[in-house]
Design a protein around this ligand. Structure first.
Ligand SMILES: Cc1cc2nc3c(=O)[nH]c(=O)nc-3n(C[C@H](O)[C@H](O)[C@H](O)COP(=O)(O)OP(=O)(O)OC[C@H]3O[C@@H](n4cnc5c(N)ncnc54)[C@H](O)[C@@H]3O)c2cc1C
Length: 414
């Protein structure tokens, strides 16, 4: 049994703490905020998208990106900065924008997604999370507005496989809320088994279960400022603004902020914030909200019903470490959403949010050894941190326990 310190109380840190406790380790979790899940895990899209995992970096994306940048309502915004972090990330991202690289990363992420689905089912049953996390498994429909794009994707669907290509009419039959749309709808790809849940509620529930465990100690409102190291430079704990905490193993799971924490140790984590927005709008009597989780492929907007609310998540803004709400972006999102699902929820009462996805250039998280003994990584989950957290927690917990990773770590390590 080891004593472990987990840095970060987002979905990745919390699931890691759970996986370590399950393996008989003691865990102290240090979170700088007074509550868990106030970072990227707060109001994300809520999609547990185990099979729709293709990373943003793909052939054709640089060209599309230029078009998106010219469209004021486009999904992408770029503000050039005089920063090494931004430009080195962009160069590495462009290197990943090749078909064969995308296919390799997608294959790795599909394996991670399948393992995460199984890991989540086990966690959900063992932790007894119940109804509070608003879990549903309605499947996911990716809707295409352009016939040519749909035809290209539909031609790759394997008969009898997990995905089904649906015509316009089939999409509306599956999801009647699409009958209200003003968007042109060429068709869609439906994947059964994809789920939706409230990530923030999940984190709160899991933290409550962790806190009830006598091997766990939560230190909220304490910021990690550095690491304790011994004469051999092994990490032996963390330094916080409320004192030091010793550990046999320290797991860095501080989302985007992992980059700054690791840097003084000589570890350069290729993380950059991809800022996104969400709206959470109440569904009341008379609304027709989508039951199926929907991704609008061209607009890059996700729709998920979470209990009596519609969660809409969108946009990729490369604007640095800035989580402020931009009124122009929110107005643009409101316009798109009202045109796509006009009667789905009360958009006038929507709660807006912005979060920073802790993204790697490839779209794959970075797991395992950091290169500095005693320090382990569980970072860089980008657009799919809720989805992948259950898998990556188990992988890192196995490695910390001195065992082999349950999945090959090619492309998933530093
Ligand atoms: C708009 C949007 C939509 C998304 N939709 C989806 C989706 O539908 N499905 C999906 O799977 N994923 C989605 N994601 C991605 C997902 O939300 C993230 O990948 C995930 O939340 C990352 O979790 P994390 O724990 O790594 O980071 P965070 O949730 O940011 O947690 C990191 C924690 O570390 C703490 N911390 C930082 N520095 C320190 C320090 N020095 N000391 C102590 N604590 C520290 C922070 O306070 C924070 O609580 C979306 C993200 C966005 C922004």
């Amino acid at each position: 049994m080891k004593h472990c310190v987990v840095i970060g109380g987002g979905v990745v840190g919390l699931t890691t703490a759970w996986a370590l406790l399950e393996r008989g380790h003691g865990v102290t979790l240090v979170e700088r905020d007074g509550e868990v899940a106030l970072g990227a895990s707060r109001a994300n899209g809520g999609q547990l998208s185990y099979r729709y995992v293709s990373p943003l970096a793909d052939a054709g994306v640089p060209l599309k990106a230029l078009r998106w940048l010219l469209d004021p309502d486009g999904p992408l915004r770029f503000k050039p900065e005089a920063s090494w972090a931004q430009w080195s990330w962009l160069i590495a991202f462009l290197r990943n924008c090749r078909g064969p690289v995308n296919r390799l990363t997608t294959a790795r992420l599909l394996a991670l997604g399948a393992y995460s689905q199984a890991s989540f089912q086990r966690l959900h049953a063992e932790a007894g999370l119940g109804d509070a996390i608003a879990l549903r498994t309605p499947g996911k429909l990716v809707m295409y507005r352009k016939a040519a794009e749909f035809a290209r994707v539909a031609s790759r669907v394997q008969p009898g496989g997990a995905e089904q290509a649906l015509s316009h009419d089939d999409c509306v039959a599956l999801e009647p809320a699409l009958a209200d749309t003003e968007a042109t709808l060429a068709g869609g790809i439906f994947t059964a088994g994809e789920a939706v849940a409230d990530c923030h509620a999940f984190c709160g529930e899991l933290y409550a279960r962790l806190s009830a465990h006598n091997g766990f100690r939560g230190r909220l409102a304490q910021r990690v400022t550095g690491f304790k190291r011994d004469a051999q430079d092994r990490v032996t704990g963390v330094v916080t603004d409320a004192g030091e905490v010793g550990a046999d193993a320290v797991i860095l799971a501080a989302g985007l902020h992992s980059r700054a924490l690791a840097e003084p140790l000589g570890i350069r984590l290729p993380l950059y914030p991809l800022k996104g927005y969400s709206l959470t709008a109440p569904i009341t009597a008379g609304h027709r909200a989508p039951e199926v989780s929907v991704t609008d492929f061209e607009k890059k907007i996700l729709y998920a019903r979470i209990g009596q609310q519609l969660r809409v998540a969108a946009m990729v803004d490369l604007v640095g470490d800035d989580a402020r709400l931009d009124a122009g972006r929110l107005a643009s999102l409101q316009r798109s959403v009202r045109a796509t699902f006009p009667n789905a929820a009360d958009y006038d009462q929507a709660t807006p949010w912005a979060g920073l996805r802790p993204a790697t250039p490839s779209g794959a998280p970075i797991l395992g050894a950091s290169g500095v003994p005693g320090l382990w990584l569980n970072v860089g989950h980008g657009a799919l941190g809720f989805t992948f957290s259950f898998a990556t927690a188990n992988i890192v917990a196995e490695l910390v326990s001195g065992r082999a990773s349950p999945l090959p770590l090619d492309g998933l390590s530093l």
